[in-house]
Design a protein around this ligand. Structure first.
Ligand code: ADP
Length: 589
């Protein structure tokens, strides 16, 4: 193997060892003829995933250029796009697949800027839509002053992929947005969720700017939407001038107003009229709901490793039945990769109009998506199918780490990795590789499908919320912990665990811990959100306590909640619990 490639492998070794699953990659390498069955057996005999990964890398280092390329291609096919990109620059001979996935625009500088701003990577199987991308870039070039670019179109039409792609351009970034490109996923959310999203964006921006300039300080999270808006305005104006903010999937005019802070924004939406309620220059780009036929055929060809001209005759009809929807074509493509002789069968499946949507959107035809989802779920093993259906309990637009799923499914982390890989390979689930550990999410049309299909949703929710409760709060301050505190109440309410929900929310300990981790805004929102199912009087006690003391609960160091609660009226449940705890403290000395 040439020196550059070997050096790159050595440099990336620890990241690779941490994440890859050798058994998946070896299948591809054996079929490329760069690995023998004996070598595979030796690697498989190592007891843990990590040792297998280490052994594969050790062996690879002793092999030739061809093995490096085959390993690289296997990473791409198994959706380890981020790891493949570590190896890309040192590819000895550029393979066509590598060209396709990482060439144009993907300079190291661009990758670094986009990764820092949280801009999603290309899907592993990707086709370019040059006319559309150029239209968006042209609008971005004109964004010399603060203003808005609206990218609108139907769900699943590829708006998010397009927005990320438009930003993936060296000249555009250096000439127009030297302050960087910052991505925020929005989706359907209420005020308190929006606050949390903006808090996390501010935190990210402050943290990055502190890394560059250690004299700048980190602030406590903004406590209200108004404060968050001001903080973001300050950050964009002072620390990140001439940067681009990309807001993905906006539904509501109140959300767009929160970003009306005189900066440069591109947002994706299904609702073209949203920009009407903000000030500044505006332009828009419409995204057709389907890909051009050739592009859709190219996706199918990439999945089955063939050339578009050599696809069987059913391919065009499949594209027509999918109406070119990139999401649906990707689902079918992933199925055909696994079952290459089922072209006629999947065409027939798509033509059946089995599913009747209860709420049919006037602007989107879900038939093809439903058929494709059903077909993908059908080929899962029975065990995996049940696990996939469990994902109904996830909230829209929330990305979760594998650990949360390991709680949901009650499986060992290693098993969870296997399951997730299976779903990702079938385009049934998407992986955000910008985070370590990886985060996973469903497209919201997929969640809609699951919600409608899943007749036993209540039961799944019940099991999930019980598992979350039994497991108790995670001890680390990572994503899993945030998820637990953020969504426990939601899952309990969804599972109709009213009594348990009351005893949780009417506990001073819960208030203390959640306020400490997430701030008081979320807590207050929970009491409003679940108001109808909570006891009205006690709910009033807690709400009053929070509204009087919210500002204190934002302070760091965190105040003594028992002390604060003792100033509530004697008749308040909050006071009663505080008194008990104070007496306990006194007897303990
Ligand atoms: P939207 O934002 O309009 O809802 P997305 O951009 O999330 O749609 O795209 C939905 C899915 O369609 C993606 O997850 C991906 O699998 C597929 N897709 C979209 N655009 C492309 C593309 N240019 N090439 C390949 N697949 C694509």
């Amino acid at each position: 193997m040439e020196e550059g490639a070997r050096s790159c492998l050595l440099q990336s070794r620890s990241s690779l060892e941490q994440d890859i699953r050798a058994s998946y990659l070896m299948d591809h390498m054996i079929s490329d003829g760069v690995l023998t069955g004996d070598e595979e057996d030796r690697i498989r005999s190592k007891p843990t995933r990590k040792e297998q990964a280490a052994a594969l890398l050790e062996l690879l280092l002793r092999k030739d250029n061809q093995a490096y390329i085959s390993f690289y291609n296997a990473l791409v096919r198994e959706s380890y796009g981020d790891l493949a990109s570590l190896l890309h620059n040192s590819l000895p001979l550029v393979s066509p697949e590598a060209e396709k996935s990482f060439s144009d625009g993907g300079t190291r500088y661009v990758q670094a800027v986009l990764s820092e701003g949280g801009v999603p990577q290309r899907p592993v199987v990707f086709v370019s839509r040059p006319a559309l991308v150029n239209r968006v870039r042209e609008k971005l070039y004109r964004l010399q002053e603060p203003g808005w670019v609206t990218v609108f179109g139907m769900a699943g039409s590829g708006k998010s992929v397009l927005a990320a792609e438009a930003a993936r351009d060296h000249a555009l970034i250096t000439e127009c947005f030297p302050g960087g490109v910052h991505w925020l996923s929005i989706g359907q959310l209420d005020r308190s969720d929006l606050l949390v999203r903006i808090q996390s964006l501010c935190f990210r921006l402050e943290q990055q700017s502190q890394e560059k300039d250690p004299s700048s300080s980190l602030h406590r999270p903004p406590g209200s939407l108004e404060e968050a808006k001001e903080r973001l305005r300050f950050l964009m104006l002072r620390r990140y001038p001439r940067s681009l903010l990309i807001l993905d999937d906006i539904w509501d005019s109140s959300v767009i107003k929160a970003f009306d802070i005189q900066c440069r924004v591109l947002f994706t939406t299904r609702d073209r009229s949203l920009a009407d309620c903000v000030s500044g220059s505006k332009s828009e780009v419409a995204v057709e709901s389907g890909l051009e036929e050739d592009q859709a055929l190219e996706i199918l060809a990439l999945y089955v490793n063939g050339k578009p001209q050599r696809l069987p005759e059913q391919a065009r009809s499949i594209v027509r039945e999918c109406k070119g929807s990139p999401l649906v074509v990707s689902l079918i493509g992933a199925l055909l990769r696994e079952f290459p002789d089922r072209w006629a069968y999947y065409l027939h499946t798509l033509q059946q109009k089995k599913f009747k949507r209860i709420r049919k959107s006037s602007s989107y035809d879900y038939d093809a998506l439903d058929q494709a989802m059903a077909a993908s779920i059908q080929v899962l093993s029975e065990e995996h199918r049940e696990l996939y259906i469990d994902l109904t309990v996830l909230e829209k637009d929330v990305k979760v780490p594998a650990k949360v799923l390991s709680v949901l499914w009650d499986l060992e982390p290693e098993e969870v990795e296997d399951v997730l890989q299976d779903f990702v390979n079938k385009s049934l689930l998407f992986r955000d590789c910008h985070h370590r550990p990886y985060l996973y999410y469903l497209h919201d049309l997929q969640l809609d499908f699951l919600a409608e299909m899943n007749r036993s949703g209540l039961e799944v929710g019940l099991i999930h919320s019980n598992q979350l409760r039994l497991q108790g709060p995670p001890t680390s301050g990572d994503e899993e912990c945030l998820y637990w505190f953020r969504f426990l109440t939601y899952h309990m309410a969804k599972a109709n665990l009213t009594q348990e929900l009351c005893s949780l929310m009417f506990s001073l300990d819960w208030v203390r811990t959640k306020a400490q981790i997430m701030g008081p805004a979320h807590l207050i929102n929970d009491y409003v959100e679940y108001g109808a199912i909570l006891d009205k009087e006690v709910r009033g006690h807690f709400q009053e306590f929070l509204s009087l003391n919210g500002h204190q609960l934002e302070q760091r160091p965190f105040p003594d909640v028992v002390q604060l609660a003792l100033s509530q009226p004697d008749s308040s449940e909050v006071y009663r619990q505080a008194l008990l705890q104070a007496q306990e403290r006194a007897t303990r000395g």
